[in-house]
Every structure is written in structure tokens, then in C-alpha cells.
Design a protein around this ligand. Structure first.
Ligand code: FAD
Length: 312
């Protein structure tokens, strides 16, 4: 007797206007360019499509959202359930006299540039953060003394059961590189405050940010930005350096020589190489300094079994 056919998840999903794809590679959407496929990748057409899909989706199916993939490791065996990626339909930016309303898929740099062109000051810090607005809200992204929490008026989310809700900054309980979103919630839009300013001054500030980054970070590499959060009263990179991890390698993954809180895919690394290297750094930092580093990079999906050895 032939074995009973096990239907793929995609065959029992609600109808959508956007796009559904089975076993879709998602590593290419991330800066590290590693990792296995999404069991199903969903690109909703718009907020209504997303909300009605989630309302009709079996609550037992896990849902994971990815943004621009600039703070993300997708593990090698892929991500079970539905991975949502917001794209067209979520990228609009509306300029108001004292702020911007940006779709979650808009890139932070585009928001910063749009605000600057409109003569709005206060969002230049976003110009150096290579993520999307959704990721910036979820991570409370920040740089040079400014964070999303300082400028956010509200964020609109779709909850896992398909409700559309507007939350203010207090409800989001922002903390260092985190926001308290309801489990499974997806940010769809946010309003960021700004104030009228001088275009030339804002442009100069953005140019200063760009050159400061070029000088200190591997901005063109396959990386996930800062790997670990800065512990209270310490800099993660200093602890990593003190533990002798600058340049440490595992497989084709390496701790950046230029900024040692950045991990690099030198080309051909697996997610296990990168995550394993991060764990080795944590172990060595703890042994050398007694401090346990906390991951800032989010890791999603199922790891490949086993880790490769650390290069000498
Ligand atoms: P992703 O990396 O795709 O996802 C990160 C997390 O956000 C995941 O948990 C994901 O589920 C969640 N998420 C994404 N979109 C949504 C959404 N729509 N709704 C709900 N949750 C969502 N970060 C800083 O804060 N400051 C910096 O100065 C900085 N510099 C960086 C420099 C480089 C070269 C790189 C590669 C990264 C840097 N980062 C920095 C990290 C990263 O850019 C930020 O964390 C960014 O906010 C992540 O956004 P993303 O869209 O890429 O999110």
C-alpha cells in the first residue's frame, strides 16, 4: 500500500491576495546570507490581507516576521510555519509638519532621507541603521545617543489573531534594543516625530554619520551588525577584545578585525558556523571577564545538528 501523502502546510492555509511560497529560501533576504528555507513564505498584499490571513490561520501554526534581515541569523534547517515578509504595500512614507508616518517595510535610511528632504530634523540617526521601520520598532534601534523610543508616537500592529491595533510608546515598553510587542505581533506602520530644521545642517549630520560608520564598521560585509548587547557599564566589543577574540574564526565565519562585536560571513559560512562562533565568543568572554554577553542578533529557525571546530 502506498504511504499516505502528508499535505504540505501551504495546502491548508487561508486564501490571500499576496504571495505564498512553499520551502522558500529566506537566507538571501538577510545580511548574513545564510540559513534554510521558510516552510511557507507569505508576502501580504497589504494590511487587510495580512490581518485576514492571520485571523483565519490555525493558531497552532507558528508565525515569524522578518524585516530587512540586518539583525538576523536564519538557522540552517529553516524556519517552521509561516514566515511573513512585508514588502510592496508596506513601504509608503507620508510627511507631516512634525513627523513622518512610515510603512514597516520602508528602510530606515529612506525615512531619514525623506525627512531630511522635507526639512525635518531628529531622524538623521536612522540613516546609518540598515534595517526596516518594522525592525527598528521591534529592536528599538538606535545610534549616536538616539533610539526609536525617543521619536515614536505610535506603531500599528496586526496581532497573531488578526486584530489591527495602534500602540503608543508607553505600551511598547521600549528597553535597550527591545520593545514589548504582543507575541506574534507584526508592526505595519509607525509615526516618528521630527521637528522643522535646516536641510543643509541635517544633510551634514547624515554625511557625518556615514563617514563615522565607514571608518569603524564593516558596512559592506555579510554581517548582522552588533552581535551582543552592551552590558551595564561596559562595551561588548571591549570585552570581546580583552578575551582575545578579535579575528577568531569558525568555519567561514569570523569575528571582524575592524569591529569585534560584528561577526562576518567570509563567504560560504553556515548559520551554525556563525552562531557557534558567537557562542564561543560568549564562552571566552565569560571565562576571561566573568561577564555573560547577551545576544542582540535574533536567531530564528532550527539549527543543523552539531557545530564545526574553532580555527586556531
Ligand atoms: P530583521 O533583522 O529582519 O529582524 C530583527 C528582529 O525584528 C526580528 O526579531 C524580527 O522578527 C523583528 N521584526 C522585523 N520586522 C518586524 C515587523 N514588521 N514587526 C515585528 N517585528 C519585526 N542596529 C542599531 O540599533 N543601531 C545601529 O547602529 C546598527 N548598525 C548596524 C550596522 C550594520 C552594518 C548592520 C548589518 C546592522 C546594524 N544594526 C544596528 C542592526 C539592525 O540594522 C537593526 O537591529 C534593525 O533595526 C533591524 O531591522 P530589520 O528590518 O533588518 O529587522
Amino acid at each position: 500500500m502506498p504511504a499516505a501523502r502528508h499535505p504540505h502546510l501551504i495546502e491548508r492555509l487561508p486564501q490571500v491576495r499576496g504571495r505564498l511560497a512553499a520551502e522558500a529560501p529566506i537566507g538571501p533576504f538577510t545580511w548574513f546570507r545564510v540559513g534554510g528555507p521558510a516552510e511557507v513564505l507569505f508576502r501580504p498584499a497589504d494590511e487587510v490581507d495580512l490581518a485576514s490571513f492571520l485571523a483565519a490561520l490555525d493558531p497552532a501554526v507558528p508565525v515569524t516576521v522578518i524585516g530587512a534581515g540586518s539583525n538576523l541569523i536564519v538557522r540552517d534547517r529553516g524556519v517552521p510555519g509561516v514566515v511573513v515578509r512585508l514588502a510592496r504595500g508596506f513601504g509608503a512614507i507620508a510627511v507631516e509638519p512634525d513627523g513622518v508616518i512610515a510603512g514597516a517595510a520602508a528602510l530606515d535610511v529612506t525615512v531619514a532621507e525623506t525627512a531630511a528632504e522635507a526639512g525635518l530634523d531628529g531622524l538623521a540617526f536612522l540613516s546609518g541603521i540598515p534595517g526596516s521601520v518594522g525592525g527598528a520598532v521591534a529592536m528599538n534601534a538606535g545610534a549616536y545617543g538616539n533610539e526609536v523610543k525617543d521619536v515614536l508616537d505610535w506603531a500599528e500592529i496586526v496581532t497573531r489573531d488578526g486584530q489591527r491595533v495602534r500602540l503608543d510608546a508607553v505600551a511598547l515598553a521600549f528597553a535597550y534594543r527591545s520593545a514589548r510587542l504582543p507575541p506574534g505581533a507584526i508592526v505595519t506602520r509607525a509615526r516618528l516625530r521630527a521637528r522643522p530644521g535646516d536641510r543643509a545642517t541635517i544633510a551634514a549630520e547624515m554625511a557625518r554619520i556615514r563617514s563615522a560608520r565607514e571608518a569603524t564598521q564593516p558596512t559592506r560585509a555579510r554581517t548582522g551588525g552588533s552581535t551582543f548587547k552592551n552590558p551595564e557599564d561596559a562595551k561588548a566589543w571591549e570585552l570581546i577584545d580583552a578575551a582575545g577574540c578579535r579575528g577568531l574564526a569558525r568555519g567561514r565565519a569570523q569575528v571582524s578585525e575592524k569591529h569585534c562585536n560584528f561577526l562576518l560571513n567570509l563567504g560560504g559560512a553556515t548559520a551554525a558556523d556563525i552562531e557557534g562562533l558567537g557562542e564561543e565568543v560568549r564562552r571566552r568572554v565569560h571565562a576571561a571577564t566573568g561577564v555573560t554577553l547577551e545576544w542582540e542578533i535574533r536567531r530564528i529557525g532550527i539549527p543543523a545538528g552539531g557545530l564545526t571546530g574553532v580555527a586556531p
